[in-house]
Ligand binder design. Structure first.
Ligand code: SF4
Length: 345
């Protein structure tokens, strides 16, 4: 079933001109790189949390080359509590490729964008639409929900299928600039008006064309299970990362968990670290010789925190802590320095 296109596009674009939020990455002249950073940060993170982080990043690393030159620890610190920190490292990998192979400018071609680290179909299409003002089929969760409702369904299917993409393509204006406006406008409508549970249909510019509204908004979608966070592996990883970030700030900010080691400590094998096991609990060797930071000391400093103290600081049971730490090491989000754990340098 095809929806008449012209009236929907016109109504929505006019609504967006009046009601769209003045977000900084929508300013004319925003670079494609800045829009990519925004798109990556906005995946699974609300705009209100993205705004200050994006602002800081763009001041600090305005181009891919700037980000590529930063240390992974700096990047992870700046990422802060945006969540899913692997995105930050992938963004830095992408920056390195763009700086080295594309003259510090994001490519315009969809296939080339898709070949970059961390860029999938949604992000590539968003760059084409919002940075290069070209026709593309942008399908994020907000847009998919609005389109589903226009077609009479409460929610789109959990996984995107070809017919959903084909249906979306049909409604997008042929004109490049108009298509870019359409993509921004329908995304904004999904974010501000057509919310998942309580859409504000009384103020929706598409109410006259919405089949789900016309049908009385039947609950025809299977209830979605909301993802729990407490008790998950992700929560455990987040707690460890929070401690490691806090520890990394230590030298400048007098942190509680900084350590100074006088000599390279003994007692932890590679296999212990890889398995995430507590090294001191299973070793007859001497425990780590560490002490609290003293500003007047001249001993060798090393960033990081020993396993046992990291475990205690997270307040996690070791059955959750050990696999979470192991996965962070495997993902390159944490690093082992001797017997200390830290952000990667
Ligand atoms: S009328 Fe309601 S359900 Fe339909 S698109 Fe507008 S806000 Fe969404």
């Amino acid at each position: 079933m095809c929806i008449p296109n012209d009236s929907i596009v016109g109504s929505l674009v006019v609504w967006f001109a009046r009601h769209g939020r003045p977000l900084p990455w929508r300013e004319p002249g925003t670079s494609a790189w800045a829009i990519l950073v925004c798109e990556v940060m906005s995946q699974q993170t609300p705009v209100v949390r993205v705004l200050p982080a994006w602002d800081e990043w763009m001041k600090r690393w305005p181009t891919p080359r700037d980000l590529a030159a930063a240390s992974p620890a700096e990047v992870l610190l700046a990422w802060g509590r945006l969540g899913y920190p692997r995105r930050a490292l992938r963004l830095q990998e992408c920056a390195t490729v763009v700086a080295q192979e594309y003259g510090n400018t994001l490519p315009r071609n969809r296939e080339e964008l898709l070949a970059l680290p961390g860029i999938g179909p949604y992000t590539a299409d968003a760059i084409i639409a919002f940075a290069y003002r070209k026709r593309s089929t942008v399908l994020d969760t907000n847009i998919r929900r609005v389109l589903a409702r226009l077609h009479g369904e409460e929610l789109p299917p959990p996984h995107m299928k070809k017919d959903e993409i084909a249906r979306a393509e049909k409604i997008i204006p042929r004109d490049d600039e108009y298509a870019a406006q359409w993509n921004a406008a329908i995304m904004e409508l999904g974010a501000l008006v057509c919310s998942p549970r309580t859409p504000a249909c009384e103020s929706c510019p598409l109410r006259a064309q919405c089949r789900w509204f016309a049908a009385g908004k039947p609950r025809n979608a299977a209830p979605r299970r909301t993802q729990k966070f407490t008790g998950t592996h992700r929560e455990a990883r987040g707690k460890i990362m929070a401690i490691l970030r806090s520890e990394h700030r230590a030298p400048e900010e007098t942190p509680p968990l900084s350590r100074i080691i006088e000599t390279q400590p003994h007692g932890m094998s590679e296999s212990n670290a890889a398995s995430g096991k507590n090294p001191t609990a299973h070793s007859n060797k001497a425990p780590i010789n560490h002490k609290q930071v003293k500003t007047h000391t001249t001993t060798t400093t090393a960033h990081g925190i020993p396993y046992n103290e990291l475990l205690t600081a997270t307040a996690l049971p070791e059955s959750r802590f050990a696999p979470a730490l192991r996965s962070l090491l495997q993902d390159g989000l944490a690093q082992r320095n001797g017997e200390l754990y830290a952000l990667p340098h």
